[in-house]
Design a protein around this ligand. Structure first.
Ligand code: BTN
Length: 322
């Protein structure tokens, strides 16, 4: 979005003269006017006050790198390399590309205002409209084997759920393996992708988190979805604060997972399990039974009569039997 810096100046909702805006951005007043027109064409409401200037009427929640960094704990701030992009195909894809460059030794984290090819689990697209939601990816490296990935995927779900609770969201649930639900609908999803060649004892992954924040309309979403704006309309959500909260929580959880494994997360996952005690059916295969939570490795357990059947993430997806 060309008018991003301009909107940043107008974001305080005050009247700004064309002259002062032009001086701040080092461009002409005509260029300011063109950017105002373009922003208005994109649906942003700006009032033109004759002889005085411009005032932004649309409530904008712009991404801002320094705001996000300020919200991070000091060790986390220095542990990451944060990229805030206006537009990208997919933040997961961007992390993969950036990792090809010589590494700074820091954890790459990418956030974008919109994605043109956001991807979800099972090859589904992820709706990523501009300015509405959080699209965030982290490039993580672990010592160990691929077996740890099942646990990691659940750990990330716990981390995002805890970040939301920290921001005051009540009733956050987890749908195995790591969808985040509020009020019976999906609010946030996580896509963990393996990156690079198999290297002995080193697992490189990209963890992508999508969270619906301001979105109140969406086309082509094939499941019940929610957003923070829908769940808590009275609250003024700030994507920078949410991003900082998610990054803090994920980095903390990932450190704990790398040091001590999945054990400490089992109860934290289980206490938010939306499938517990419900009659479930696998969407592929013949499996059906009652949800009984997860085992020590993060497999889902289903009681089929007296037998407990283990379901591994990635093999199958579950839904409540209708
Ligand atoms: C799901 O299907 O539930 C997972 C959705 C993951 C979406 C996020 S948005 C940021 C990152 N970039 C992507 O292209 N996908 C993930």
């Amino acid at each position: 979005m060309k008018s991003r810096a301009l909107l940043g100046l107008l974001a305080d909702g005050q009247v700004h003269s064309g002259e002062s805006l032009a001086a701040s951005l080092g461009i002409s007043r005509t260029a300011i006017w063109k950017q105002i027109r373009r922003a208005m064409d994109e649906g942003i409401r700006i009032e033109t006050i004759r002889g005085k200037g411009y005032r932004l009427l649309t409530d904008m929640d712009l991404l801002d790198q320094s705001h996000i960094l300020q919200g991070l704990g000091v060790p986390h701030r220095s542990a990451i390399e944060l990229m805030v992009l206006d537009e990208v195909d997919s933040t997961n894809a961007e992390i993969v590309r950036r990792r090809q460059d010589p590494s700074t030794g820091r954890i790459p984290v990418c956030i974008a205002d919109c994605q043109t090819a956001g991807r979800g689990r099972r090859g589904r697209p992820w709706q990523s409209p501009r300015g509405q939601n959080l699209y965030l990816s982290l490039g993580l490296t672990f010592r160990g084997s691929f077996a740890m990935l099942d646990g990691l995927s659940l750990v990330l779900g716990v981390a995002v759920a805890e970040a939301l609770e920290h921001q005051g969201v009540a009733g956050v649930g987890l749908k195995w393996p790591n969808d985040i639900f509020v009020g019976g609908s999906k609010l946030s999803g996580i896509l963990v992708e393996l990156q690079g060649e198999l290297e002995e004892g080193v697992v490189k992954v990209v963890a992508g988190i999508g969270m619906n924040v301001h979105m109140t309309d969406a086309v082509d979403v094939d499941q019940a979805w929610s957003s923070l704006a829908r769940a808590m309309p009275e609250h003024r959500w700030c994507r920078n604060e949410l991003a900082a909260s998610v990054i803090n929580s994920v980095l903390g959880a990932v450190d704990e997972f790398a040091e001590r494994g999945f054990g400490g997360f089992r109860e934290r996952w289980q206490s938010r399990d939306i499938f517990a005690g419900k009659p479930l059916v696998a969407t592929q295969g013949e499996l059906s039974g009652i949800g009984r939570g997860i085992d020590d490795s993060g497999n889902y357990l289903i009681a089929e009569g007296k037998e407990l059947v283990k379901v591994r993430a990635g093999e199958i997806s579950l839904r409540v039997q209708s």
